[in-house]
Write a protein that binds this ligand. Sequence first.
Ligand SMILES: Nc1ncnc2c1ncn2[C@@H]1O[C@H](COP(=O)(O)OP(=O)(O)OP(=O)(O)O)[C@@H](O)[C@H]1O
Ligand SMILES: Nc1nc2c(ncn2[C@@H]2O[C@H](COP(=O)(O)O)[C@@H](O)[C@H]2O)c(=O)[nH]1
Length: 195
Amino acid sequence: MYTLKEKEMIFVFTGPHGAGRKTVAEMSGSTLGLKQVISYTTRPQRPTEFDGQDYHFITSKQFADAQERNEFIEIGTINHHFYGIKSNDIQQMFLAGHNIYLILNRFGAATLKELYGDRVVRVFIYADRDILEKRMRESGDSEENIRLYLSHFEEEMAYREECEVSFENLDLAHTVFDLTKTLDETLGRNLVDLD
Ligand SMILES: Nc1ncnc2c1ncn2[C@@H]1O[C@H](COP(=O)(O)OP(=O)(O)OP(=O)(O)O)[C@@H](O)[C@H]1O
Ligand SMILES: Nc1nc2c(ncn2[C@@H]2O[C@H](COP(=O)(O)O)[C@@H](O)[C@H]2O)c(=O)[nH]1
């Protein structure tokens, strides 16, 4: 496992599906120079997704081989598919001089917190159930996926209390403004003058 150096931070975006974790993480992340560590998954690639950008899409055999070689720092099973983060990818990002973010479910967020303690800030992004359903439908998710994702809504929302910071993502510009300010302060840089 990579040992974090002074001032290196890991931001883990979590919360219910469709809350806008990816959207706000990318927007604030690009302002603050954070880089995403991309997960590996055995889930089939969706038509709107790009390999290496949304996920590294790999076969079950490739996943099992990497697991055998102890390459993953964290592994999750979601809807019968495997997801994992490689330790070496975290290390490479830090060696390249970037602070990092990941977008994980609550189990992955809890694992990273256990491993890296105070250096992990869990950022919980949420909106109410009806809004999530509307967003998922508008972004083309299948009815089956929407049903599956919303079936975990209450458990996902309950994790909010354990997270270091949380933002209700209603108006995108406001969320990104508040989030960027908070992350900038957490990094102790105060580079972003948002007032
Ligand atoms: N504040 C917002 N208002 C309206 N739409 C939003 C807002 N934030 C994000 N969206 C839209 O909602 C959809 C889901 O956003 P996003 O993919 O970022 O969510 P997510 O939490 O990462 O969920 P998933 O894991 O399902 O991708 C996208 O189409 C995105 O453009
Ligand atoms: N515990 C982990 N959770 C992960 C990882 N990569 C993504 N995720 C989360 O899983 C769900 C499924 O997302 P989908 O894109 O397949 O719809 C979502 O909440 C992701 O944030 C991981 O490596 N570990």
